[in-house]
Design a binder for this molecule. Structure first.
Ligand SMILES: [Zn+2]
Ligand SMILES: [Zn+2]
Length: 453
């Protein structure tokens, strides 16, 4: 069988003629050949096949070739059975060296696997998780060496040191941790830095979905720093560093972070209402993200109660559910296509007539409006022209010059500007249709629906 020439056996011989290579690392060069075995076994098998060839030569008598090969296998080949055979054959046994492909400070990273696995077990103490993954950072010098070797010998079936090492470490850690390996969404990731010989633990965040109601005006969605001092504290903010003393995000995040024993929180919401606008009805969907939680299977009802206690009837949250990071994306993308209902008090520039009510309900049913970015947010948003749907408006006269209107509109509609017209930046507007300046003096979100479009 002539194809046996220039096979991986011959390639292996060329490799160990140049460099010290251990069983793990030799086998790794042929990782995708054969199955149901390990790289270490591949490496041992090749070296054993070579040793058998050498021994056959020795047994033929005084063979120079046999002696050379046994000496090579026991030195750069790093092969224990070859050392034994060399000793028995009365050959000089060279000093042992270090594998050029996996040694850090004179020791193979593979030999350290059992003790790193013990470190992993220690690092995991007191942290709640069901799934894990191990990772590693190999030194650049070892990565370069592997690349050099691969290029020189046209190795088509080799694996990286990193993925090989991660698998070995994962196999060693799994029975100690008694948890499942998860490549997609592990609860925790253990990362071993080979160069620094240091293990670090990355605890992935927990995401909890809920809906909040805002029952008091004057609360921003997220912490709002004093613009004069940018949070450092100054005369203008009485040293608090803040423009508003509280926020919805803090009411939700603080108790949640505490109960999950996390390091940080972030509240993501499906859109936002202005500081002076209430959020009523079923509430606005949000996801609270807790970084580095020690608890990841919390009592959700306990969190709900803690948040509501913390928020003292200013903000209120409903039932909570554990979700994945994917939910966060959905929350953001849904926000602009949601349908929202508002209750607005409109101050009209003159006395309200029955005809006005009729005009409003007729003109704002099933239409599309055009809104340029409002003046009041133009400093932080780019000037765009948006088309938004207004589904319907129901109105009634509340006082001589006040209309109470319920508006059903597409998510992302600027309702205050839909009323005022924002100096012509929103068209049409209530001001335009009633032919007098109109102003929104109070606004509540009364419902948010998922869009069916
Ligand atoms: Zn090695
Ligand atoms: Zn300040």
């Amino acid at each position: 069988m002539s194809f046996l020439e220039s096979s991986h056996i011959e390639t292996s011989l060329k490799i160990i003629e140049r460099w010290h290579v251990c069983d793990y690392c030799l086998g790794r060069q042929f990782a995708w050949l054969g199955t149901g075995t390990t790289n270490r076994e591949r490496g041992r098998s090749i070296k054993l096949a070579l040793l058998m060839i050498a021994d056959e030569e020795l047994k033929k008598g005084d063979s120079e070739k046999g002696r050379e090969l046994v000496t090579l296998l026991s030195s750069k080949g790093m092969f224990a059975p070859a050392r034994l055979l060399a000793q028995e054959s009365g050959l000089d046994v060279p000093e042992e060296g270090n594998c050029v492909l996996c040694s850090v400070q004179g020791a193979s990273v593979f030999d350290k696997v059992p003790s790193i696995a013990e470190d992993i077990l220690r690092a995991a103490q007191g942290i709640e998780f069901d799934t894990f993954l191990v990772g590693s950072v190999p030194p650049a010098v070892l990565v370069d060496k592997q690349d050099e070797l691969g290029a020189e010998h046209s190795l088509m079936h080799s694996e990286t040191l990193k993925s090989h090492f991660n698998r070995e470490l994962g196999k060693a850690a799994q029975p100690l941790l008694q948890r499942t390996v998860d490549f997609e969404r592990p609860d925790v990731v253990f990362v071993y830095d080979m160069e620094k010989q240091r293990l670090s633990l990355q605890v992935n965040p927990v995401f909890i979905y809920g809906r909040y109601r805002k029952l008091k005006r004057g609360i921003p969605q997220s912490r709002w720093d004093c613009s004069a001092c940018r949070g450092r504290g100054c005369k203008e903010c009485n040293g608090t560093g803040r423009r508003y003393p509280d926020s919805i995000s803090e009411y939700i995040g603080e108790p949640t972070q505490r109960l999950l024993e996390g390091s940080r929180f972030k509240v993501h919401a499906a859109g936002r209402e202005d500081v002076d606008v209430l959020m009523l009805g079923e509430g606005r969907p949000f996801v609270v993200e807790i970084s580095e939680p020690r608890i990841r299977k919390p009592d959700l009802e306990k969190i709900r109660k803690a948040v509501n206690r913390h928020a003292r009837r200013k903000v209120e949250i409903g039932e909570l559910a554990l979700v994945t990071r994917g939910h966060l994306q959905r929350l953001k993308s849904e926000a602009s296509v949601n349908i929202k209902e508002y209750m607005a008090l409109i101050e009209v520039g003159r006395e309200v007539t029955d005809a006005d009510i009729g005009t409003l309900e007729r003109e704002f049913t099933g239409i599309e409006i055009e809104q340029r970015t409002p003046h009041r947010v133009a400093h932080r948003r780019s000037d765009l022209l948006r088309k938004k749907r207004v589904y319907h408006v129901r109105a009634k006269k509340r006082k001589k010059n006040i209309i109470e209107a319920s508006l059903r509109v597409q998510g992302g509609t600027y309702v205050k500007e839909l009323i005022s017209g924002d100096e012509g930046r929103t068209k049409p507007s209530v001001s335009e249709k009633l032919e007098t300046p109109c102003k929104c003096i109070q606004l509540d979100v009364t419902a948010i629906y998922a869009s069916k479009e």
